[in-house]
Design a binder for this molecule. Sequence first.
Ligand code: FAD
Length: 475
Amino acid sequence: GKVDHECEVLVLGAGPGGYSAAFRSADLGMNTVLIERYSTLGGVCLNVGCIPSKALLHTTSVMDEVKTMSKHGITFGDPKIEIDQLRGYKDSVIAKLTGGLAGMAKARKVKTVRGLGRFLDAHHVEVEITSGSGQDLTGHKEVVRFQKAIIAAGSQPVKLPFLPDDPRIVDSTGALLLKSIPKRMLVIGGGIIGLEMATVYSTLGSRIDIAEMMDGLMAGADRDLEKVWEKFNAGRFEKIMLKTRAAKAEVKSDGIQVSFEGENAPAEPQIYDLVLVAVGRTPNGKKIDAGKAGVQVDERGFIAADKQMRTNVPNIFAIGDIIGQPMLAHKAVHEGHVAAEVAAGQKSYFDAKQIPSVAYTDPEVAWAGLTEEQCKAQGIAYEKGLFPWAASGRAIANGRDEGFTKLLFDATTHRIIGGGIVGTHAGDLIGEVCLAIEMGADAVDIGKTIHPHPTLGESVGLAAEAAHGHCTDLP
Ligand code: FAD
């Protein structure tokens, strides 16, 4: 058949994994083609994920902080919310970043082909060219022949089959559109994405219920961290319904009527102006005809990759959300680099000791390496160093001393194996813990490192010092 483009490396999907792989591939001298259905690069993270959610969370956290200034003797008036302008701000943030990526692709001579790609065999992808928003298929097809391919087709929100089709029932993408501020909102799913969006909308004035099937919010985080968030946010939400699921929904003239089942289900169905479904994400593996290239896709749509990001087909790699949990941008980026390096013949491996998680809620909750719950479940003997922010000059000066910093050390080697932080800027602070874990630092290394005073970052050093007391054989 006819071939429109030839390349050494084809990258399917331009999210954080895909653009990182394509850029590294080009930097290593390989002729690279990047296929993306949407008009902008950046995938979920830049367009409808990490970045727009943080633009909104920044805005709403300033709104919340301003309210507390009356305690310092400074009073402002009630906020006046211009929702079109707020949406415009968020969109301008996305445009700046996606525009930057387009420039970087051009500078590196990465050829982008805009359309929906599907494998024809282990050396060809057919791209149906798209226009407009990216949903519009033009019918025009182009074929790319490649030596190596990197699959970075990502994931999308899980749908709940019993929910009716209605513009007032949205996923995270719909919630980020910020069409209006609902009076009453239901968030189904108490994970990071649901809680971040609930934080934004509650500050903007929505009365929010949260329904979560499990017995706790923010799955994956240690309970002591989550409890601090929960206590601080006690007044923020109407009802937090744990061990409860939304069971049925009906479209009524005055809203979406939802019935619940479970331990904390309200007896009566509830009416909402907006329902956000945030119950997880599902990989796009079944949509790219991977089987025609011989690539195995499991029944959920995941594609398995080894430590060099190779699939079962030697010239085809896979990275990012499509290969499994945790579905996080920084994981995708690092996997993208490994895949490109291996494609270029380098001996790279993905051998990270830790992948951090952050809930950018207020306060933020961040953790890296092993959690205490994992240590207990795996029978790992550990020592804990904990520093409460109530003893931090900076946290007190900031009027935000509810948090704490916790470090976990291996009981025999005293090397750090994990850590968690809850408090303002916890996501920024966890980076030091990540580095310490990768470097194999022990409690003395961290405790004797001079941190600037007065900072929230000091709490990491002080938590390590607190652990010394438990490490009896330390100098
Ligand atoms: P994606 O970003 O999903 O990109 C895949 C790309 O491939 C898409 O652009 C898609 O259009 C394209 N594509 C798919 N199939 C085809 C095809 N057949 N042809 C052409 N193109 C195709 N992660 C964090 O680390 N930090 C956060 O703060 C964070 N916040 C989030 C907030 C929200 C609301 C959401 C939804 C997610 C968030 N995430 C966050 C997760 C993060 O967005 C993902 O982990 C990350 O985007 C995964 O990158 P990826 O490269 O694997 O795939």
